[in-house]
Ligand binder design. Sequence first.
Ligand SMILES: Cc1cc2nc3c(=O)[nH]c(=O)nc-3n(C[C@H](O)[C@H](O)[C@H](O)COP(=O)(O)OP(=O)(O)OC[C@H]3O[C@@H](n4cnc5c(N)ncnc54)[C@H](O)[C@@H]3O)c2cc1C
Length: 557
Amino acid sequence: MLRARRDLRVKDRVHILVSLSLRQNNLRKLTKRHFDVLILGAGINGAVSAAALAARGVKVALIDKGDFGGGSSSQSSNLAWGGIKYLESGELRLVSRLCKSRNHLMRSFPSTVKEIRFLTTVQRGFRWPVSFLYLGTLLYWLMGRFATKPPALVSRENLSRRDPRIRSDAASGGFEYSDCYLHDNDSRFVFSFVRTAMNYGAVAANYVAATAAARKDGRWVVSIRDEIDGLTSDVECDVLINACGPEVDLVNVMAARKTTYRHVFSKGVHLMVDRTPDRSRILAFFASDGRLFFVIPMGPKTCIGTTDTQVSDPAVKVDDEDREFILSNANKLLNWSKPLTKEDIIAERCGVRPLAVSGQSQSVNWVELSRKHQVEVSESDAHISIFGGKMTDCINVGEEIAEIVANLGVKFPVEPRRWYGEPDARVKEEFVVQAKLLGLDELADPRSCEPLTDRLWRRYGANAFEMLETVRENPRNADRLLEHAEYLRCEIEQAGRREMITKLEDFLRRRSKISLVVRRRDIIDDPSLKEFCEILFGDQADAKLLEYIEQTESDGP
Ligand SMILES: Cc1cc2nc3c(=O)[nH]c(=O)nc-3n(C[C@H](O)[C@H](O)[C@H](O)COP(=O)(O)OP(=O)(O)OC[C@H]3O[C@@H](n4cnc5c(N)ncnc54)[C@H](O)[C@@H]3O)c2cc1C
């Protein structure tokens, strides 16, 4: 850390602050234009709404008081799943819908939303016998329209043969089924929709909070505050969408809106631990509270969780009870080379699931609480609130919001089009050919866990062509920049231009998952961090690095 502070001399070199100017240009546009739709909150719900509307030519603005995808959408289990656990509460329609959404995501984002096996161990004395649970997985597979590999029953002996880490002594057996995971990161997935919206002309800005909203003469006037410099101004729009996730209710109070739906919250924690995972599968168990508990591969490290605690305040933090619950369950259910302790924790993920309930009654049946999203519309005031939901259902949310906005009378100048998904197979083939001719994969650092061609395509799609060009111009652009993170110089340069990195943490935690898999101390002590920051922030590199060091001081080692 000291070395990082000592080395903070910004080179006297010409650097165009493209990333900051993208944000600054958008901030200027926000107050100068009248928008058809202003979306508050750029989590998954706000991001898909912006992309679906902007692709139809609607004039959209999207703001978030923090970074894009920095709320609940950065704290999920990273799964695109059909909600197998809701079979137990008999929510067949929800499971069928989520399975359909999962399949749709899997087809649309074949490099990012990947099928993975869930090897599930059932302890003796569990509330359901293994054979019955296995029948449940067959039903799940059927509800998933057979889009994944079929489930399999796994005997007790075979559990530890498949993964020697599983403690099978207290198990009655297990089963394996398929679902999907987000390869890179939930918040990177959210950002891909924000970027799509910007490609279609949406004006998006992070670190801009809505502080007041009022309906005047048939329009919405929303007061905003730039959280970086404190400046305030107003934005005008016809339709206002509140997609503030756990803060939807607060923001509705701010705008004097009364709604039928409201949120209750369930806190969920995951711990990132310093253990190399088996990347081919997720291990699933039933934890001591009877809920499904996952050991998930995340890049070179392992993510374990989650908890499910009812809370009344959405501003949550990890506490010792959460750590103890996760570590003790992980130690009880798995044979690690040595038991996991707090020292093995690299990073922590903590957020609330915003769950939609109707009515003001304080008594909520948590068991029967549906995880389905609800959209509440006030036609007279052209106001929309999005409650609850899952990452998995995001395409449906985008489509639904576009339809509602059209019904509110907003003109859609462009015909319906596909606003999500990777470019088609021919574009990918062309990329693979060009990458091969360039010898891209031979330029990869020998420590890389996957070929560069796959990685760049998955992360950047058609924008990866530009990276090939910069590597052709100068092979140095294919150098891995940070010691512990698989990012090339050309990726950082592109992020600086296109990804509105306003704080260093935006890149390390949300556009990438570096700070989830690399200890904070290793990041800060990396000799190339200075160059890394200069590429992202030019002559503000010094200040941005110090800001990161200070703001993450309490995040541990
Ligand atoms: C532990 C956990 C595990 C989960 N696992 C999964 C999973 O595996 N799969 C799955 O599909 N779903 C999962 N979920 C659910 C999913 O993550 C959430 O339902 C989803 O991310 C909610 O998205 P959102 O856009 O509504 O809210 P958020 O992502 O919280 O976005 C709301 C945004 O609004 C912004 N905002 C708030 N107030 C203002 C304001 N005044 N002005 C401007 N902006 C504002 C916030 O900064 C925030 O970025 C999980 C959730 C949790 C907590």
